[in-house]
Design a protein around this ligand. Structure first.
Ligand code: ASP
Length: 404
């Protein structure tokens, strides 16, 4: 594991450096085939992570919940996890609102500069509709959701099975053991993926750097810088402080042990795809109890998104600034809630935040075409917000582990 951890760091740095180098030689003859190979390697890694995702979530939650033993403990884990998720997301949004009101990127800029494209067709939905759909979407035929990779209903169904196993009769005990051995099989496959992870991370980061356009920074520099700044304050100061307060684990230890998950989040822009790595470091390196990590992490990868929440709030204020709208305090309070719900509703996949962003814009009466302004920089900002999303999940498991 130690070697894999070091290899991942090394591969990430190499990918970033080589990406910068290659960006400067786009005309050389090896460029095309080389980049095609890089694309293939990166996609293979993501595919492998996605392949394991659904069975991993399913078995880990069933095993986690079924081992809770008594209802009192289950109750405590639930409450602590949800309170932590809610509080840290709230802090993230408040931080974003505070910084954005202070820096005000976008104010006084002519919107015409961005040549709005009209081909952004986003599903528009009111807050109420979104909420109703969200609740209804939690209860789905488990076989359909397993097949389509619809994570939240899988989590709900797995929780039911886990609870049923808790009061296991003799007949059920065999089934429970079967689930446990399937779970061990999944962990074995995760270990194999970890071994090849450095190659995938190298390829993804090389491609990320190579495909960035510098022109974007000319137009969007202040907004991009502000969002990254907010994410860094949340990820490097606020979350680590909360973590240290409860667990006495400092930032250095968090980074050294947690980096396979954090770097994978940065490279894949997907909390769900990263879940395999997050579970691995939580269980193996931080020694988090499986009853905690198996529940807190899959749930967190789907609903706990500090980075997405703060981004949605910041992006809405940015668009308001661009169209010359000064959001009142009560509108900003609405934004606080909508940004949280939108991030909870966003699945842990690349650019999911962009889809729920449509709802945020609509609730505030901002133009949906603004998505065309946000989209070009999403690949870049998604890397940062996903990293802090995963960091939040990991810290959640450490804190709940300590307090139970
Ligand atoms: N890509 C993010 C994640 O997987 C979600 C988003 O903000 O788009 O956590």
């Amino acid at each position: 594991m130690k070697n894999t951890n070091r290899n991942i760091l090394f591969a990430a740095l190499l990918g970033l450096l080589l990406g910068i180098l290659i960006k400067n030689f786009p005309d050389s003859s090896f460029y095309g085939p080389f980049m095609a190979l890089i694309e293939l390697l990166g996609q293979l890694f993501i595919k492998a992570l996605k392949m394991i995702l659904v069975p991993l979530v399913f078995f880990s939650i069933v095993v986690g919940i079924s081992n809770l033993g008594n209802a009192k403990k289950a109750d405590r884990i639930w409450k602590l996890t949800l309170s932590y998720y809610f509080l840290t997301m709230a802090i993230a949004v408040i931080l974003a609102l505070f910084v954005m009101n202070f820096v005000k990127p976008g104010v006084g800029i002519n919107l015409d500069l961005w040549e709005l494209e009209n081909d952004i067709v986003s599903q528009t939905m009111s807050f109420g509709d979104f909420f109703t759909q969200f609740i209804l979407s939690l209860f789905v035929n488990p076989f359909a959701s397993l097949a389509s990779g619809n994570i939240l209903p899988i989590i709900i169904f797995a929780i039911f099975i886990g609870i049923a196993f808790n009061g296991a009769s003799k007949k059920m005990a065999m089934g429970r053991e079967l689930f446990e051995s399937f779970y061990e099989v999944m962990l074995k496959i995760v270990e194999w993926i970890m071994i090849v992870a450095p190659i995938g991370i190298f390829a993804l980061l090389l491609k990320l750097v190579e495909s960035q356009s510098l022109e974007l920074f000319n137009k969007m520099g202040i907004f991009i810088g502000t969002v990254i700044g907010i994410i860094l304050i949340h990820g490097l100061i606020i979350l680590p402080l909360i973590n240290y307060f409860f667990t006495r684990i400092n930032l250095k230890e968090l980074w050294t042990k947690g980096r396979p998950a954090l770097i994978t989040a940065f490279a894949t822009s997907s909390s769900s795809a990263t879940l395999a790595m997050t579970l691995n470091v939580a269980n193996k390196d931080f020694k988090v109890k499986k009853t905690v990590s198996n529940f807190v992490l899959p749930l967190g990868a789907t609903i706990n998104m500090d980075g997405t929440a703060l981004y949605e709030a910041a992006a809405a204020l940015f668009i308001a600034n661009l169209v010359g709208l000064d959001l009142t305090v009560s509108q900003q309070m609405i934004l606080f809630f909508v940004a949280m719900v939108a991030s909870i509703g966003a699945p842990g996949i690349p650019s999911a935040g962009m889809v729920t962003m449509a709802m945020v814009l609509q609730v505030l009466g901002l133009p949906l075409e603004a998505l065309a302004i946000l989209l070009p920089m999403d690949r870049l900002l998604d890397t940062f917000r996903t990293t802090v999303n995963v960091e939040g999940d990991l810290i959640g498991s450490l804190i709940v582990n300590k307090l139970t």
